[in-house]
Design a protein around this ligand. Structure first.
Ligand SMILES: [Zn+2]
Length: 243
């Protein structure tokens, strides 16, 4: 698997985009979360990495939860793909979510996208559920999910392909049981950090055993985060990682 980091900031960031990435698997690419200013976020990550990403080529998208820094780009992407679908008949993107997330997504999008009551979520996205109790196959990648203790329904994710495993914490307070789940058999753990109580302060990650910290990278930093406060490296927007 290869991962392209699109955004590494948090909801208050004025310097970076909301946390998001694209994972290239055996049969396609999965985008994780959909931040504000999505077209600019994709363009800038493409320029830095040389890995160009066209919003019209996003076939499979996972939304972890409904805080705006993780899903505000859905309006732009939805309208773009709806127009493209009408003009060319191209397929809509598949949008995967945990059911508690899916149940409330249209509440958030409808005031901007229901087109005088004539439109529904399925006009923009092909909705698929992520099942926490079993593995989900997306783009040749086996995807597992597990709820976190963030204040709204939020799913952490694990991606498995070619014998490698990549774990994504999503937004979460510090949670040793979640870290155990992320660390089990994984080659790379991408973990969030931001102030408690709804997020994970870095000093708690600094106290983890070396065998976990050595395969961990950070996302979701505040703009004033000091990289020298930890030996766990911060991910950069436009960075490509092979797992
Ligand atoms: Zn959040």
């Amino acid at each position: 698997m290869q991962l392209l980091m699109i955004g590494t900031g948090n909801i208050f960031s004025s310097a970076r985009f909301g946390c998001s990435a694209i994972i290239k698997g055996p049969t396609g690419k999965i985008m994780i979360d959909c931040p504000d200013s999505l077209p600019m976020a994709l363009r800038k990550a493409g320029e830095k990495s040389g890995w160009k990403v066209d919003p019209l080529e996003i076939t499979d998208l996972i939304i972890t939860h409904l805080h705006g820094d993780h899903c505000n780009g859905l309006e732009s992407l939805g309208f773009l793909r709806w127009l493209h679908h009408r003009e060319t008949g191209a397929a809509l993107p598949k949008l995967y979510m945990w059911k508690p997330v899916a149940d409330r997504l249209w509440e958030r999008l409808a005031p901007a996208m229901d087109q005088s009551g004539a439109a529904k979520l399925a006009d923009y996205f092909e909705i698929r559920f992520l099942h926490p109790e079993r593995e989900n196959l997306i783009c040749g990648i086996t995807v597992s999910c597990r709820g976190t203790q963030h204040p709204i329904p939020t799913s952490a994710l694990k991606f498995k392909a070619d014998g490698k495993l990549l774990a994504w914490s999503s937004d979460t307070p510090f949670d040793p049981s979640l870290i155990d789940w992320l660390a089990k058999d994984s080659d790379l753990i991408i973990h969030e950090t931001s102030p408690a109580p709804t997020h994970t302060p870095v000093w708690l990650l600094n106290a983890l055993p070396e065998k976990i910290r050595s395969k961990m990278r950070l996302m979701h930093m505040m703009d004033d985060f000091d990289p020298k406060s930890t030996t766990i490296a911060c991910l950069q927007e436009g960075e490509v990682i092979s797992v």
